[in-house]
Design a protein around this ligand. Structure first.
Ligand code: GDP
Ligand code: IMO
Ligand code: MG
Length: 432
C-alpha cells in the first residue's frame, strides 16, 4: 500500500490539477479530502482544457476510482453542473465517482452568509472569499446544530430538518445584515429548498458511499491512493496566514482527517510550488510586486482566477514561506511549476530571509500583524531569454534555469523532482 499526496505549498493555484492528472496514471484511486467548489483546478491534454472544482482531477482515467471524501463540503448543484459539463466534453462519469455520506452540504443560507460577512469585516481588509459558502458551511459543521451531511439528504426526516434550520437561518440572516444589505435579503423558503435538494439527491444517488470504509478497505487491499489537495498550505485554517485563510486544513495536515486514511500510510508528499508566488483575495503577501514586474508575471502566467476570474496578486518566490509549508506538510519532493513564465526576465529574485522590525529572521511568523510588517530579503540570480515550453529533458534547460531550480531546492531544503514548463501533460520534466 502506498499513498501519494499532491499539496500546494503557497496560496493556491500552484497547478495541483495538472500534477494530479499526471500522477493518476500510476494510482488506483484519487481522493479530494478538503475544500469545496472554492477550488479551481485545470487539466490540459489532447488540445482540450478541463476545469474542475469538486471532482478529482483523476476523473479522466475511467479505470481509476475518484473519491470525494468526508472532509469536503459539497454544493450538490455545482457538482451536478460539473458532471454535466465534463460529460459534455466526453468524460465518462458513473460508478467511477463516489461521494461521502459524511461530506457536509452547502445550503442556500451559506451563500447568503458568505456574501453578508464578506462585506462586514469591520476591522482590517476583507478576506475576499470565493463566495462559494465554504466558511459558513464549515462553521455549521463545527457548530453541529445546523449542519446537514450528504447522507442525510437521502433519509427520512430531512424535510423537517430543513424546515427547522431555515426558520432559524432566516432570523440569523435578518440579524446579521446591515440596513443596506437588508434590502437585498429575500427570505429563504424551506419548501423550495427541500424540493431542490431532494431533486439534487435523486440525481446524485448513484454516487453516495461510505468513502471512509471504502478507503480503509483499499488500504487493506494494498491499493495505490493519490490525494489531491485544494488551496495551498498558506491558506490552512490552523497553520496559514490566519484569518486570511480558507476554512479547512489545506496543508498536508488535512489528508488524514479529511479522508480517514491514517497518516502513516502516506509515503510520498509532493509539494507543488510555482516558480514565483500568487495570491487571490485579501491578506499579507511579503514578496508581492505591485508594479510592472508583477504585471509582467500576471500577463505571462495568465494569472486570473479559475473560479472567480479575479486578477491574481503576483510576486517573487518566497523560499522562507515554502520552507515552512514544506516542513509542515511532510514534503518529500517538490514539483516546480510555471517555470516557463519566468523566461525573458533579466534577473530573478528569491526571498531567502525577512526583515522584521530591523531584525533579520529566517522563519515564517505565526502572527498576522508580524507577517504584514515583513520586508523580504532577496537573493538575485541571472534570468534566461529562451522559451522553455518545448523543452522535455532537464539537461536541455538553459543553465540559468537549472541554477534557479537548484537555488529553489537548496533554499527550501527539498529536492525538485518535477518541473512543469506549460499547462499540457507533455510539458513536464520528470527528473529521475
Ligand atoms: P490549481 O488550482 O493548483 O490546480 O491551479 P490552477 O489550475 O488554478 O492554475 C494553474 C494554471 O496554470 C492553469 O491555468 C494551468 O493550465 C496553468 N499551468 C499549469 N502548469 C503550467 C506551467 O507549467 N506553465 C504555464 N504557463 N501554465 C501552467
Ligand atoms: P485552488 O484549489 C487560490 C482563497 C480565496 C480567499 C480565501 C478564502 O484552486 O488552489 P474561501 O472561499 O475558501 O472561504 O476563501 O482563500 N482561496 C483560494 N485561492 N486557490 C484556491 O483554490 C482557493 N480557494 C480559496 O481567494 O482569499
Ligand atoms: Mg486553482
Amino acid at each position: 500500500m502506498s499513498a501519494t499526496c499532491v499539496i500546494g505549498l503557497q496560496w493556491g493555484d500552484e497547478a495541483k490539477g495538472k500534477l494530479v492528472d499526471l500522477l493518476t496514471e500510476e494510482n488506483d484511486i484519487v481522493v479530494r479530502f478538503q475544500g469545496g467548489a472554492n477550488a479551481g483546478h485545470t487539466v490540459v491534454f489532447g488540445g482540450k482544457k478541463f476545469k474542475l472544482s469538486l471532482i478529482p482531477s483523476g476523473i479522466f482515467r475511467p479505470e481509476v476510482q475518484s473519491v470525494i471524501a468526508g472532509g469536503v463540503v459539497i454544493n450538490p448543484a455545482s457538482i451536478l453542473n460539473e458532471i454535466d459539463t465534463l460529460r459534455g466534453q466526453g468524460v465518462e462519469i458513473g460508478k467511477n465517482l463516489i461521494i461521502s455520506d459524511r461530506a457536509h452540504v452547502i445550503m442556500p443560507w451559506h451563500f447568503e452568509e458568505d456574501r453578508i460577512m464578506n462585506t462586514l469585516m469591520g476591522h482590517g481588509e476583507a478576506i475576499g472569499t470565493t463566495m462559494r459558502g465554504i466558511g459558513p458551511c464549515y462553521r455549521d459543521k463545527v457548530g453541529r446544530s445546523f449542519a446537514i451531511r450528504f447522507g442525510e439528504l437521502f433519509r427520512s426526516g430531512i424535510e423537517e430538518k430543513i424546515a427547522y434550520i431555515t426558520k432559524i437561518k432566516n432570523r440569523f440572516l435578518a440579524g446579521l445584515a446591515s440596513d443596506d444589505q437588508k434590502k437585498d435579503l429575500t427570505l429563504l423558503d424551506p419548501d423550495q429548498i427541500t424540493r431542490d435538494y431532494k431533486g439534487f439527491a435523486e440525481r446524485l444517488k448513484a454516487h453516495l458511499a461510505d468513502t471512509t470504509r471504502y478507503l480503509l478497505d483499499a488500504v487493506d487491499a494494498n491499493k495505490r491512493i493519490l490525494f489531491e489537495g485544494a488551496q495551498g498550505a498558506l491558506l490552512d485554517i490552523d497553520h496559514g496566514t490566519y484569518p486570511y485563510v480558507t476554512s479547512s486544513n489545506s496543508s498536508g495536515t488535512g489528508v488524514s482527517s479529511g479522508s480517514g486514511v491514517p497518516a502513516s500510510f502516506i509515503k510520498r508528499m509532493v509539494g507543488v510550488v510555482k516558480a514565483y508566488t500568487t495570491r487571490v483575495g485579501g491578506g499579507p503577501f511579503p514578496t508581492e510586486l505591485d508594479n510592472e514586474v508583477g504585471q509582467k508575471i500576471r500577463d505571462r502566467g495568465n494569472e486570473y482566477g479559475t473560479v472567480t476570474k479575479r486578477p491574481r496578486r503576483c510576486g517573487w518566490f518566497d523560499a522562507v514561506a515554502v520552507r515552512y509549508t514544506a516542513s509542515l506538510s511532510g514534503t518529500t519532493d517538490i514539483a516546480l511549476t510555471l517555470l516557463d513564465v519566468l523566461s525573458t526576465f533579466d534577473e530573478i529574485r528569491l526571498c531567502t530571509a525577512y526583515e522584521l522590525d530591523g531584525e533579520k529572521i529566517h522563519y515564517f511568523p505565526a502572527n498576522i500583524e508580524d507577517v504584514a510588517r515583513l520586508k523580504p530579503v532577496y537573493e538575485t540570480v541571472p534570468g534566461w531569454s529562451e522559451d522553455l515550453s518545448g523543452i522535455r529533458s532537464f539537461q536541455d534547460l538553459p543553465q540559468a534555469a537549472i541554477n534557479y531550480i537548484n537555488k529553489v531546492s537548496e533554499s527550501v531544503g527539498k529536492p525538485v523532482s518535477i518541473v512543469s514548463v506549460g499547462p499540457g501533460r507533455e510539458q513536464t520534466i520528470f527528473r529521475n
